[in-house]
Design a protein around this ligand. Structure first.
Ligand code: HEM
Length: 239
């Protein structure tokens, strides 16, 4: 599969002639989730479902995300969203198979169905948006936290982004960087070199949340940084 990188990657992400490869319908489980969230939708369905995800995020603004918790970004985000039951392990089980063809589908199916029950909704788009936001927050943010323990966040995002690639399907024949792409062809779009959170109308709406969760987790790693006054506390003066 052809991989597109650098400046051309960002251009493809902004190009309406490239869409997210469609997913099949599903009544329950992970197939239902994929078929009901903005992430795998196109056109007006994407606009409507993305707006639902943005509304979920607006209900837990970055400033309300506490540093700490059990260290997992999903736990912190779920609490800020008023979810009282423990959901992190279920969300991890969804995340490992969220991208089609990447994980254990039956484990993800069971986790999605349990989350629908816990969250009290039916199999509807607002419930899918809530599960989708928690799922999108899961592995990428945990990976960013882990890598940012060894390198500055900006460097990680530029050189070694938590989401390495995303996929797009060309609606029409075209060329990218002089290389022909056939109508219907699926290409890999590399996210190193600047577009770590995507670009264009599908860019990550959780960027500020993610960066806040990362900062909170790193602060928990070295709590002394937050003790004492700013002038005298050891370890301040960076960032
Ligand atoms: C609190 C944490 C996060 C939340 C709530 C979140 C949420 C989302 C959502 C809902 C979408 C789908 C947007 C749409 O349908 O239009 C998305 C897309 C995306 N997210 Fe995040 N995300 C988070 C963390 C991250 C992190 C840490 C990264 C990587 C550094 C990341 C990278 C991306 C990318 C690259 C896309 C776009 C994928 C594409 O265009 O195909 N996200 N995110």
């Amino acid at each position: 599969m052809q991989q597109i990188t650098g400046r051309e990657a960002a251009a493809v992400l902004r190009d309406p002639r490239f869409v997210v490869p469609p997913v099949p319908p599903g009544a329950t489980g992970i197939a239902w989730l994929r078929a009901s969230v903005g992430r795998f939708s196109t056109g007006v369905a994407h606009d409507r479902r993305r707006a639902l995800a943005v509304a979920v995020l607006a209900a837990a603004p970055p400033a309300t995300l506490p540093a700490g918790g059990d260290g997992h970004p999903v736990t912190v985000l779920a609490r800020a969203l008023g979810i009282t039951e423990p959901v992190t392990d279920l969300v991890r089980a969804v995340a490992q198979a969220y991208q089609p063809g990447t994980g254990d589908e039956s484990r993800a199916d069971a986790a999605v169905d349990r989350l629908v029950t816990i969250l009290g909704g039916g199999y509807d788009e607002p419930t899918a948006a809530l599960i989708g936001v928690l799922t999108q927050a899961c592995d990428a943010t945990a990976t960013l936290i882990e890598r940012a323990r060894h390198r500055p966040v900006d460097e990680v995002l530029h050189d070694d982004p938590p989401v390495r690639v995303t996929r797009r399907q060309a609606l029409v024949a075209t060329t990218v960087g002089g290389v022909p792409v056939q109508a219907g062809e699926v290409v890999l779009v590399g996210l190193a070199g600047g577009p770590a959170f995507g670009a264009g109308p599908r860019r990550c709406p959780g960027r500020e949340h993610a960066l806040t969760l990362v900062a909170g987790a790193l602060a928990r790693d070295s709590p002394t940084v937050h003790e004492g006054t700013p002038d005298t506390a050891p370890g301040t003066g960076t960032d």
